[in-house]
Design a protein around this ligand. Structure first.
Ligand code: ADP
Ligand code: MG
Length: 332
């Protein structure tokens, strides 16, 4: 790709002599050095016949499956802060993208990345590649391609997975009078982001922000149980509302049921986003099965409300008083 040639290899920030003395460390060598073997141990098991290094990757699809594809861009200053290490930036960008596959109940298969960087900084790239290695090992998927360009730091991650045909969990399939559940503890990433700014030591909250987990195992368990699901990226209420809109239904949520780590359940806390937990709906007779999944995976799963025919999202506080939400939660 020609953009790469715009990079100034003589820039003083270059830490590696090899780069500055020899302009031959072009895009090709850079890709070879940093990106070519990330998760390569998992190529064969995911039927990738040809990976990084050719014009395109080649994959043999499995019978009776559907492919699930999603893409997310993370931009410095918007989706991650400039104080984060390149290792955390890489990991986080990938995990938040993969979270969409968890919400669909998909098995992750491969990922590719469009990376835009302001300069070739080998220390930065080393950390970045390490973050990708960690991600690939954790979810057992290979990096199969991408693109590298010069510009403000931006990372676009395409994740691909598969489901048995017809088994994808969609937002649009929730029905009236079903239960609404949420996984994990809501607001951890929000508290974590504040803790990161205040203290040096990492806390379980700050890790929830830096290293969010895509709830893949939970999504797989829910594939035959949940009627609809979404991963909580924007905020619990917004995301429940997206299920409601897509499914043409309403919902009642009970504030005191929402699992948080602090007692004061402010709207700001419960609607802060970035937790990448799953919110899902299921028939009432699935309740026990869902609690068994919670035990099996050792993930808290909490009943927070139910779906209704009203076509609006209603939040109830203490003693069943209705908490006013802005009109965005009423969609007709
Ligand atoms: P082309 O010019 O043919 O598009 P590139 O030079 O952009 O090829 O890329 C060469 C190979 O390296 C391709 O297989 C591509 O998928 C891979 N690649 C390029 N940049 C990245 C990246 N940032 N991460 C992963 N793979 C990459
Ligand atoms: Mg290219």
């Amino acid at each position: 790709m020609a953009e790469w040639e715009l990079l100034d290899y003589s820039s003083p920030s270059l830490s590696n002599k090899e780069l500055s003395k020899d302009k031959a460390l072009d895009e090709y060598l850079l890709i070879q050095k940093y990106f070519s073997n990330i998760g390569s141990a998992y190529l064969a098991e995911h039927n990738v016949d040809n990976s990084i290094g050719d014009d395109a990757s080649v994959i043999s699809p499995a019978n009776n499956t559907q492919q699930i594809n999603s893409l997310d861009t993370s931009i410095e200053g918007v989706h991650f802060s400039d104080t984060m290490s390149s290792e955390d930036i890489a990991y986080r960008s990938c995990a938040v993208a993969l979270s969409d596959l968890a919400a669909c109940g998909a098995r992750p298969k491969w990922y590719s990345i469009a990376l835009t960087i302001p300069e070739v900084d080998e220390n930065w790239l080393k950390g970045y590649a390490q973050g990708l290695h960690t991600f690939s090992e954790e979810y057992r998927i290979p990096l199969i391609g991408g693109d590298t360009t010069k510009g403000n730091l931006s990372i676009t991650v395409q994740v691909m997975g598969e489901v048995d045909s017809g088994k994808a969990i969609l937002r649009s399939n929730a029905k009236v009078d079903q239960l609404i559940f949420v996984s994990g503890i809501i607001g951890k990433a929000y508290l974590g982001l504040n803790e990161l700014q205040e203290a040096e030591a990492l806390t379980s909250n700050s890790l929830a922000y830096l290293r969010p987990k895509a709830k893949i195992d939970l999504g797989l368990e829910l594939a035959n149980i949940a009627s609809a699901a979404i991963d909580i990226s924007d905020g619990l209420l917004q995301d429940v509302n997206l299920i409601c809109k897509a499914s043409d239904i309403g919902a009642e949520i009970f504030l005191d049921k929402i699992p948080t780590s602090i007692t004061e359940k402010s709207l700001e806390l419960i609607n802060s986003g970035d937790d990448y937990e799953l919110c899902f709906t299921a028939d009432k007779d699935k309740h026990e099965q869902i609690m068994n999944i919670s035990k099996k995976l050792d993930i808290p799963i909490t009943l927070i409300g139910k779906t209704t025919s009203s076509k609006e999202l209603v939040l109830y506080g203490e003693s069943h008083t209705r908490i006013k939400l802005n009109s965005g939660y009423k969609h007709f």
